[in-house]
Design a protein around this ligand. Structure first.
Ligand code: FAD
Ligand code: SIN
Length: 592
């Protein structure tokens, strides 16, 4: 079985393309050459939903994803060197008995071909549709639990991982489940930063901030619809959460500005790399170190309660092993938001019907249905946010940090039309009012160098570039002469330290160093502020106004932290802080 890579590069990869074309799948090729046991165990049945044996066999022959990435490095876009944390399993894309797909296509729409590119598509039955599989579910519930633990954490985003690590460290036995084949949810995509006030990183950079100012900014940004008790927990613990992550190995030393913040408080890795993939990687490493049982391709479908209404476990559906139940005294729901589910979004806010979304495919709102079926109360579901800057080409969310580091927004007429670092609801509304409902992020080489994240956008080929502004206008479809004038005026405001046009508060640098860049952007559904009602200890509130014993929730699946509009950078802070609280509280509930 140990064929190893070089052999594969020349021979098998070429054979693969031909045989894949002929067979439409990889299973045929492997069976012909090596027999079914090249991939499967003797029983021919998956032993677990991670497909540990099958994926282990892939890696034995082909190398792990990093080794495979070296082999595919010459491709126009090296999909094996993606931004995903951890080591995504081969079967996330190569499903063997069906054509391979590009999981990347779940979010992006690039106009270049990727190898083995079956079109990514999915019909995921809703929680309500799954309820019709009554016979299978009853059969599973009639059996003994397939696993027994203290706490089940649902969701492998930042909230879920933080809860799992915190609960483990408080002495509890934890199983973490995730319905997707890859970990990290929306958290792994987070770009611009994690907000915290009075942190060590701010102090090192001489930034003066105050927890009270973070509270004020958050309440103002949320139009005072937030639950003040939850905002208090968010802000008071924000620096502690940065310190908690730092102690586990995170680098959150770079601090920049995001929309709606009075001071620089968005923490990110040195040089401005995306915060989410880094934070998830750190949490994953810590979960692995602690030997936490992690089950991918495993979907939570029903919370099980005892006769007193307290949690006694969770019914799950494994993508490969079917229904089974886990016995547990406590469940923590950390299933994220529902921005990727446009039917649900449009039912709550019809003006967002048909909008693209910045989110990962698992952000469908399962957790809301699972919680509602367990009699949980909901709040603020109507508050749904669009991110102002989603690239028209490629479908990539362009982080607010690009504006925070100095980019301006102009329309086709070459004019600025908004304070670029206002709250994102205002920026999004202003962009939609411009001709063709889109605008351009314009920046210079100094802005590009200030933020590592921008390198990724340039590498993807979605950013028109030119040596001067008139040429840039011609390339991007902007009035170049007007653009030159606009930039001249803007540079004047930077020199004076006052934006006479839109009162933009941060003016970090003039736009003077060519080459110049213009990236077309339009709003896309980004964050769902409402969700499960919790108290400050993350206990889920029932429709009867009482806490549901043993049920906790944290992160984007909950409502109340962000009110009617979330500030950029506040979600990562939310999920780490409330995830930690949920883990600690659930452990306390079970007597640890
Ligand atoms: P998620 O990270 O979404 O994780 C939830 C997980 O639960 C998912 O993996 C999902 O598949 C899984 N799940 C769902 N249902 C089930 C089920 N039934 N069974 C099992 N598993 C299930 N915020 C910031 O503060 N700063 C940023 O810079 C930032 N940038 C962002 C960039 C992008 C492109 C996006 C989309 C969001 C960004 N956000 C940012 C917002 C932030 O990333 C999210 O709000 C946050 O990550 C949500 O974390 P979570 O743990 O609650 O949910
Ligand atoms: C971004 O980086 O622009 C997104 C930040 C956020 O959603 O908080």
């Amino acid at each position: 079985m140990k064929l190893k890579h070089s052999l594969l590069v020349a021979g098998i990869v070429a054979a693969l393309s031909q045989t894949v074309a002929a067979n439409d799948n990889l299973a045929g090729l492997h069976a012909d050459m090596l027999g079914c046991d090249a991939c499967h165990s003797a029983s021919m049945q998956p032993q677990d939903d991670n497909l540990s044996i099958e994926n282990g066999n892939c890696a034995d022959c082909h190398g792990d994803i990093h080794e495979v990435a070296e082999l595919t490095a010459s491709a126009h876009v090296n999909v094996h060197a993606s931004h995903f944390p951890g080591e995504p399993a081969c079967t996330s894309c190569h499903q063997a008995h069906q054509p391979s797909v590009n999981y990347c296509d779940a979010c992006h729409s690039f106009d270049f071909d990727l190898p083995f590119a079956g079109k990514w598509q999915r019909h995921e039955p809703s929680i309500a549709e799954l309820a019709k599989e009554q016979a299978d579910r009853s059969a599973a519930l009639a059996l003994a639990p397939r696993a027994t633990t203290d706490i089940v954490v649902v969701g492998s985003g930042g909230a879920g991982f933080s809860a799992a690590v915190a609960a483990h460290d408080a002495g509890a036995k934890v199983i973490l489940i995730e319905k997707e084949p890859v970990i990290g949810g929306n958290a792994k995509l987070a770009a611009g930063g994690m907000n915290a006030a009075e942190s060590a990183s701010q102090a090192a950079l001489g930034i003066k901030d105050d927890v009270e100012i973070m509270i004020k900014d958050t309440m103002k940004g949320g139009y005072d619809k937030n639950d003040p008790a939850l905002v208090d927990v968010l802000a008071q613990n924000s620096a502690g959460s940065v310190a908690w992550l730092t102690a586990m190995g995170a680098d959150l030393k770079d601090v920049g500005r995001m929309g709606g913040a009075s001071v620089n408080r968005s923490h990110r890795p040195t040089g401005g790399a995306g915060v989410g993939a880094h934070v998830v990687q750190v949490l994953l490493d810590n979960a692995v170190e602690r030997n936490i049982d992690m089950r991918l391709n495993t979907r939570a479908v029903e919370i099980l309660k005892d006769d007193n209404g307290a949690v006694r476990g969770l019914l799950v559906k494994g993508a490969h092993t079917g229904y089974y139940w886990i016995s547990a005294k406590s469940v923590i729901l950390a299933t994220g938001g529902f921005a990727k589910n446009n039917d649900r979004v449009a039912a709550l806010d019809p003006k967002l019907k048909g909008f693209m979304a910045t989110n990962h495919p698992g952000a469908t709102g399962d957790g809301l249905d699972v919680a509602a079926n367990a009699d949980a109360a909901m709040r603020d579901l109507q508050y749904i946010q669009a991110h102002p800057t989603h690239s028209v080409k490629g479908g990539v969310m362009i982080t607010e940090a690009v504006r925070g580091n100095g980019a301006i927004l102009v329309n086709r007429e070459g004019q600025r039309f908004v304070n670029e670092i206002t709250t994102r609801d205002r920026a999004a509304a202003a962009i939609l009012q411009q001709s063709q409902g889109s605008a351009f992020l314009v920046f210079d080489h100094a802005v590009r160098k200030s933020l590592k994240k921008i390198e990724g956008y340039v590498e993807l080929g979605i950013v028109p570039v030119a040596d001067d502004l008139v040429a840039l206008g011609a390339k991007a479809g902007i009035d170049g002469a007007a653009l030159s004038q606009t930039i001249n005026s803007y540079n004047g405001y930077v020199a004076e330290g006052k934006d006479a046009q839109f009162e933009r508060q941060n003016l970090p640098r003039p736009l003077t160093q060519g080459p110049f860049y213009a990236l077309e952007v339009t709003p896309a559904v980004h964050h769902t502020m409402g969700g499960i009602a919790i108290d400050a200890s993350t206990a889920v509130q029932g429709t009867d106004g009482k806490a549901i014993a043993g049920l906790y929730a944290a992160g984007e699946v909950t409502g109340g932290v962000h009110g009617a509009n979330r500030l950029g950078g506040n979600a990562i802070s939310d999920i780490v802080t409330f995830g930690r609280v949920a883990g600690e509280q659930a452990a306390k509930y079970i007597g640890k």
